[in-house]
Design a protein around this ligand. Structure first.
Ligand code: APR
Length: 236
């Protein structure tokens, strides 16, 4: 029996114990901001300064010296490093905690807070600081066109071909810290459940819990390291 090919999907819940808010919990981001004001292309066209301010504040959190990956991020990086078969980590998160934990086979399907994209030349660049209308594009030099490299509602997620291929071939799909409220990520379990084992690790039942072979509920920093220990004991 060969070790399973694994696809792992993460959402904001995996970063909650690092101190970053989720979106739909009672203290979540969408309890304090309206999506249509700050997370759509129309919002950016209507009031770019408001949208840049929303993402500049979230990006500033990434520069907080107290912010670091938690045991769940670190466990996934260890699983990847020691896994003897195909492995892909697909995150909906735009924070850089998986990157900082050492994950390499990683796709940010909703983009990355620490990057910017130029509306003039489409170049994507590293942008750790605030973005403003005056920020010049490092590639074409023009200002007035630097937007967060984050996928807004109504826009296509990134690297969907790579994700689709990994889902097509996986034997085990694990969903961690996501409410299952946003597609296409919320639909991944439906794509694979007829031929792969499926496991949900989440603080509480999500909208799609019933679609998983198994659902374990609790904090990611407990569930994920335990899951990784289990997998490495069996296959590592
Ligand atoms: N451990 C595990 N799960 C947790 C924890 C925790 N400590 N804290 C919260 N959760 C769970 C919540 O129970 C919830 O099911 O994480 C999930 C977070 O759900 P959302 O806030 O909806 O975040 P997410 O699923 O990542 O949102 C998907 O929506 O707004 C868009 O683009 C944004 O990527 C985001 C997408």
């Amino acid at each position: 029996m060969a070790p399973p090919k694994i696809v792992i999907l993460t959402g904001a819940g995996i970063s909650r114990e690092s101190g970053l808010h989720t979106f739909r919990d009672a203290d979540g981001i969408w309890a304090r901001h309206r999506i249509e004001d700050v997370a759509t292309p129309e919002a950016f066209a209507r009031d770019p300064a408001l949208v840049q301010g929303f993402y500049n504040a979230r990006r500033a959190q990434l520069r907080d010296p107290s912010l670091r990956p938690n045991a769940a991020h670190e466990a996934l990086a260890e699983l990847e490093a020691r896994w003897p078969a195909d492995f892909l980590l697909v995150t909906q998160n735009v924070d850089d905690l998986h990157d900082r934990a050492g994950s390499k086979r990683l796709v940010h399907m909703h983009g990355e807070l620490a990057k910017a994209r130029c509306l003039h030349c489409a170049a994507v660049s590293h942008a750790p600081g605030d973005l403003t209308a005056e920020t010049p594009c490092p590639a074409c030099g023009r200002a007035g066109g630097m937007r967060p490299h984050v996928v807004w509602f109504g826009e296509m997620p990134l690297e969907m071909e790579r994700i689709g291929a990994a889902l097509e071939g996986c034997d085990l799909f694990v969903s961690i810290g996501t409410s299952g409220a946003v597609y296409p990520a919320a639909g991944f379990v439906r794509e694979v459940r007829h031929r792969a084992d499926t496991l949900e690790l989440n603080l509480e039942p999500s909208e799609g819990s019933h679609l998983f072979d198994e659902a374990r509920h609790g904090p990611a920093t407990q569930l994920v390291p335990a899951f990784v220990r289990e997998m490495l004991a069996k296959w590592g």
